[in-house]
Design a protein around this ligand. Sequence first.
Ligand code: CMC
Length: 432
Amino acid sequence: MSEQSAKLSFEGKTFDLPVRVGTENERVLDITALRSSSGLISLDEGYGNTGSCQSRITYIDGERGVLRYRGYPIEELVEHSTFTETAYLLIFGELPTESQLSEFRGRLTEHQFLHENMRHHFEGFPPNAPPMAILSAMINTAGCFQPDLVQPSDDEHFLETVARLMSKVRTIAAASYKTSIGQAIMYPRFDLGYGSNLLHMMFSRPNRSWEVDAEIARALDQIFILHADHEQNCSTSTVRMVASSQANLYASVAAGVCALWGPLHGGANAAVIDMLSQIHERGGRVDSFIEKVKNKEEGVRLMGFGHRVYKNFDPRAKFIKQSCKAVLDKLGVHDPLLDIAMKMEDVALNDPYFVERKLYPNVDFYSGIIMRAIGIPVNMFTVMFAIGRIPGWIANWREVRMNPQGRIYRPRQIYAGPTSRAYIPIERRGGS
Ligand code: CMC
């Protein structure tokens, strides 16, 4: 990063602040030394204007709708790559050679089983436990079964623990689904790819194996690629925050799962289906729902719309919309929710409320319709997002831990509570 500087004048003094420039010419005011030189700190609730780190992993240009992993455009990766290869790229920084990829695949296959004792943990959850809760808890549980690996000490160690985590997350996800519907947990197969194996473990039964359709498996693989990383979003920032305290990889990723769960983040894919289903049940009246959103009635938002960074279009949403139509055609499914979604998109994109605020469909707007058509239940949608996001979380965890200048993440605040006051004994506190 090359350096220029900006000047800040305050109370008759001038302070020089370095301006750093990223490899894509993004200019950043470096305020690291601002407090020690001027006594001032910055305030930016929601971090909308704060660069929390320097990262070499993912680049987004929200104004132009650009998304690149390690320099490679998302459009090229989704067309030519696989989730396993993209995961390797994100985590290790370069596309793998044939032998590196085959070794990585081999490790993913080798480590797909859970320790048999982990089955008892699944039995301890109540029948309707949310799969995101199970996923987070069981990632930490999986870490307990390999304590020597959760804090990898060298490259070989790291490769091994990455393969274990990525592979087991898929097995845990399927097992959490099976547990939630009271069916037998299925073992993974050695002859299936990453996404196909997940579908097999979710939909096969001991007495009936589920035929994995190659086109559907590819569509799921592409969904995973599109979700694999997205720079400093809420869950990735959470993973980095936890990693900065030197917490282990499994604990950091489990925290990421919890952050992803919320409806403003990964939980939006399930919230979109809930929203579309409600509109459908009430006669498909899109216009009246849009009016409700615009009037901000009861805080209703158009779920699957808007993004903190994308102010033009979300390149992931473009692809997912196409894929949605292709998957539904392939499966011969006609989903009235797709019709409602397309109508809503059309109405919103021509309405000044959404146009002025630069609100476009995001990755979650159509992904749920694809997953629903495949037969994935709504409460598993965000788990699917989490499986896709694992490589990004791992890559960010590693970046934090490999940073020789790294410090614990510890933001400051502006205190707005009461000033100092004397303790009041309970008998003198009054009240009714
Ligand atoms: N529907 C209606 N109004 C919206 C929406 C929406 N989906 N999103 C933003 N707005 C309005 C908001 O009310 C505000 O209006 P005003 O200026 O009148 O107060 C303005 O647009 C700016 O909104 P904001 O809340 O300051 O924007 P943000 O950058 O803090 O929030 C967001 C980004 C994604 C949380 C938000 O757009 C949202 O809630 N979207 C719906 C949930 C969703 O789809 N989330 C998935 C995000 S993409 C995948 C992921 O990262 O997980």
